[in-house]
Write a protein that binds this ligand. Structure first.
Ligand SMILES: CC(=O)N[C@H]1[C@@H](OP(=O)(O)OP(=O)(O)OC[C@H]2O[C@@H](n3ccc(=O)[nH]c3=O)[C@H](O)[C@@H]2O)O[C@H](CO)[C@@H](O)[C@@H]1O[C@H](C)C(=O)N[C@@H](C)C(=O)N[C@H](CCC(=O)O)C(=O)O
Ligand SMILES: Nc1ncnc2c1ncn2[C@@H]1O[C@H](COP(=O)(O)OP(=O)(O)OP(=O)(O)O)[C@@H](O)[C@H]1O
Length: 546
């Protein structure tokens, strides 16, 4: 067991501050915020000067406005003295935090909702409201990370200097760090954009999680283009139901938040999202759907090409774009098509786009832990699928062509998160795979045996009700489950290790244990004498790469 060296939120917050800071007085901030409809009362001296914004006292730097939010566990105002000791010059809080903030002896900006206000204030402090890099935001249950990597790669092929913000890493010019959140908190986002601007970044691709929309992390940001991948069951613990989950995502497409939108309309949720969008919207059909023909853009002519696919995009006035992606799975055609159209909607002309697609194969970028192949025969694949829809698609995507090919899937469900998806994932695996090895994901503080039992119950119920012939076993810890899968793999089989993708720490009762599925699978297959593929992005090779 090791103590946690996992990415640290505070370090991440400090790593991406702009080098040049301009000072704004508390009084001027309150006045500018009011002009944007955010009412701010000032308690204390209005002449104090602010050069940065933070939301965690442990990340405060001299000159910061410390945003003290009411949290699930504590009110941030409890940490006002720590922020002041670190050099913060003012505090932003709500009526509930006012007295505690005042006791730190700093001027206080009082607002109705700190989360609603902090994005706008950070935009003012960092000057990111109009001069930030062009932002390409991607939301949806699955495909956000992959699509942002595709967008960034395509923008680079078009000659742009780019940034990236998402689950795996944050990249701004020559600086990169592993991510803590998929979408950082608003103060960090605005600092990041200011830093990107300093580094000459012209465009950035960014994942926008539904949590971030609910928690107002994207407040004060304007997206040049926003894209929607899909909506399937996930995160119902936060949102309560699919309708609420839909409405959280829909807020990204409000007029004023996004200038343009590209919405995948392969199902009813997509069509509803397109109808709800207040931005100038293009619809994209990537799969056979009832009214697929009425979409503005359609994927046509999909054909197998190596591990991936080639395809065409057909648009208005006979426009056609030809593209390919080397990443396995038809869902990666959907992700790639969305990325191409978002870059087109962001201003790239059809001719330039086609030239970039032809010259650089930009949609064959390697995305860490997303359909990552560590061995070709047997196929050993590590993927991030951690909800029912993604798991089903991932299993289908990796099934080999040989008539005796089996899919052996290793996965578990996360502790303290949406428990309703556990039996559903068990049933999906029992239906689609030949051998199912149920193990642990990140149990967090929950008892792992109970999580496994819920997944196993779903699998057993599906087998009994549907007369399935799949084999289901329980094995833990996870490394032993991966070794068990490798031990029974025949050359024509596929071992799919799903759920944790690029992650290199497994959290068990507050302790982060080192665990990289790619390393475990590669080592287990190599031990049996199979030829494996090294990859510089995994933990055995030292981490993230270009
Ligand atoms: C459930 C959730 O989203 N919680 C977020 C929330 O934490 P919280 O309400 O528990 O905070 P708290 O512990 O009560 O503390 C209150 C405030 O005091 C501050 N504090 C606390 C201690 C201290 O010494 N000093 C200090 O300033 C905290 O930073 C916080 O602002 O506010 C914090 C920042 O203020 C967030 O960092 C934190 O995100 C946590 C880390 C998180 O894991 N969120 C996940 C669920 C998330 O957002 N995930 C999505 C992706 C989901 C997906 O697609 O899979 C994401 O975008 O990453
Ligand atoms: N368009 C898609 N439709 C369905 N499943 C997909 C799609 N794209 C990717 N997947 C599956 O979902 C997994 C996660 O993909 P990716 O990381 O790109 O999505 P994400 O939205 O960023 O996920 P998360 O929010 O959980 O980080 C992949 O490993 C793959 O199994």
């Amino acid at each position: 067991m090791t103590a946690s060296p996992a990415p640290d939120a505070r370090e991440a917050e400090r790593a991406f501050r702009p080098r040049a800071a301009r000072a704004t007085s508390v009084g001027d901030l309150a006045a500018a915020a009011a002009e944007r409809g955010v009412r701010c009362d000032v308690a204390g001296t209005a002449s104090a000067r602010v050069t940065g914004v933070c939301m965690d006292s442990r990340a405060a730097l001299p000159g910061d406005l410390y945003a003290a939010v009411p949290g699930a566990n504590r009110h941030g105002a409890d940490f006002s003295a720590q922020a002041a000791a670190a050099g913060a010059t003012a505090i932003l809080t709500d009526a509930g935090g006012l007295d505690r903030a005042r006791s730190a002896g700093l001027p206080v900006l009082v607002v109705d909702s700190v989360r609603d206000a902090v994005g706008e204030l950070a935009a003012l402090v960092y000057g990111t409201d109009d001069a930030a890099p062009r932002l390409f935001g991607v939301t949806g249950t699955n495909g956000k990370t992959t699509t942002t990597y595709f967008i960034r790669s395509l923008l680079r092929a078009l000659g742009e200097t780019t940034g990236l913000i998402g689950t795996i890493e944050i990249v701004a010019g020559d600086t990169r760090i592993p991510s803590v959140l998929t979408t950082p908190e608003a103060p960090q986002l605005h600092a990041l954009l200011a830093r990107m601007r300093e580094s000459g970044v012209g465009a950035a691709a960014m994942e926008v999680s539904s949590h971030s929309i609910d928690y107002r992390r994207v407040a004060g940001l304007r997206f040049a283009v926003s894209g929607f991948t899909n909506l399937t069951q996930d995160h119902l613990d936060l949102h309560g139901g699919m309708d609420e989950y839909f409405h959280a995502k829909a807020r990204l497409f409000e007029a004023g938040r996004s200038r343009r939108a590209v919405v995948t309309v392969d199902d009813a949720w997509g069509r509803r999202m397109a109808a709800a969008s207040g931005a100038e919207t293009w619809t994209l059909a990537t799969a056979d759907a009832p009214d697929e023909g009425s979409a503005d853009w359609r994927v046509r002519g999909i054909g197998a090409d190596g591990l991936g696919h080639r395809f065409e995009l057909h648009g208005p006035d006979g426009a056609i774009l030809r593209a390919r992606t080397g990443l396995p799975g038809l869902f990666n055609v959907s992700n790639a098509a969305l990325a191409v159209l978002m870059v087109h909607a962001g201003g790239a002309g059809l001719g330039d786009l086609q030239a970039a697609l032809d010259a650089a194969d930009p949609l064959t970028v390697s995305v860490p832990g997303r359909m990552q192949v560590v061995c070709e025969r047997p196929a050993g694949i590590v993927d991030f699928a951690h909800n029912p829809d993604a798991l089903e698609r991932a299993i289908d995507a990796v099934r080999g062509a040989h008539p005796d090919a089996r899919v052996i899937v290793v996965f578990g469900a996360t502790g303290q998160r949406d428990a309703t998806k556990r039996p559903v994932m068990g049933a999906v695996a029992a239906r689609r795979a030949d051998v199912v090895i149920v193990t642990d994901d990140d149990p967090h503080d929950e008892e792992p045996a109970g999580i496994r039992a819920a997944v196993l119950r779903g699998a057993a119920d599906a087998i009994a009700a549907e007369g399935l012939s799949s084999t289901v076993v329980e094995e833990h810890p996870r490394a032993r489950a991966i070794a068990a899968a490798a031990a029974i793999a025949r050359p024509e089989d596929t071992v799919l290790v799903a759920g944790r993708g690029h992650e290199v720490w497994q959290e068990v009762r507050g302790v982060n244990l080192p665990l990289d599925d790619r390393v475990e699978l590669r080592d287990a297959l190599a031990a049996r004498g199979f030829a494996t593929i090294a990859d510089p992005s995994d933990s055995a090779a030292g981490g993230a790469r270009e």
